[in-house]
Design a protein around this ligand. Structure first.
Ligand SMILES: [Cu+2]
Length: 258
């Protein structure tokens, strides 16, 4: 078979493999539901990265397989060595320039997406998140409750509104992760870290601790409820009334029994 024919065959197979690879990356659903505007940006970035990676992967594998097919040792060549090739300026310029352009493009796009995801909107609400071995609790400040702050084991967020989470830890390092929102942040004792998301899909989604924080790490799960704004305020009101109608708050219970 002529060199030209074998290169054509390899090229056609490579193009088919690239098309299949990109199609499969779309067919398979890799991620949970997209429940925030940040999730959509992040998934788009992921797709761009896959589309850029598939041709490079196929190119490398094609060259390897082509070499095995065309240049493999034939009987009688056991003690022969390949031709000693050294230096090819044009080739070296190409294999430096193309990855540089590609990487700068992808880094630039990643930066744009990250910047977009973390941009401070005109209006947003703040919710405190406290991690401890082995549970999450959530703090709703006076600006949300209209008075006394609320501490709850449940996370409710209003649909379509940007939420700025203030993350604190009572003991060791945890990581606050809502897969459906696609963002994760470490929760570190001694400092407050931050995390922003705009929920844009009603429903309930898992909250996960994503840093091994001790024996009960696997149990450190909770749920985020994305509800309408009216339902959100209704829930806060209901929590405040149950808290105030209870005989005594958590902090004074000890004194009442003593
Ligand atoms: Cu944890």
């Amino acid at each position: 078979m002529s060199r030209r024919r074998s290169v054509t065959i390899a090229g056609v197979l490579a193009v088919i493999a690239i098309a299949l690879g990109i199609a499969i990356s779309y067919w398979i659903h890799w991620f949970p539901a997209q429940a925030s505007t940040q999730a959509k940006n992040t998934d788009r970035l992921y797709h761009v990265l896959v589309i850029a990676s598939v041709p490079i992967f196929v190119l490398v594998i094609t060259v390897i397989l082509y070499s095995v097919w065309q240049f493999r040792m034939k009987p009688g060549e056991e003690f022969k060595d390949g031709p000693p090739i050294h230096g090819n300026t044009r080739l070296e310029v190409f294999w430096t320039a193309i990855p540089t352009v590609l990487l700068l493009g992808l880094i630039g796009y990643s930066f744009v997406v990250l910047h977009e995801n973390e941009k401070k909107p005109a209006k947003e609400i703040q919710i405190g998140v406290t991690g401890q071995q082995f549970a999450w609790s959530y703090q709703y400040g006076p600006s949300l409750t209209g008075g006394r702050p609320l501490n709850s084991n449940e996370l409710y967020v209003p649909y379509g509104e940007s939420v700025y989470f203030n993350l604190r830890s009572k003991d060791v390092i945890h990581a606050f992760w809502i897969p459906a929102f696609r963002i994760q942040e470490d929760v570190v004792p001694g400092i407050t870290t931050h995390w922003r998301a705009t929920p844009d899909r009603l429903g309930s989604y898992p909250v996960v601790c994503n840093l091994l924080c001790g024996l009960g790490h696997g149990l450190m799960r909770s749920t985020v409820h994305v509800v309408t704004e009216a339902r959100f305020h209704e829930w806060i009101r209901s929590q405040l009334t149950t808290a105030s109608s209870a005989p005594a708050g958590g902090s004074t219970a000890g004194g009442a029994t003593g």
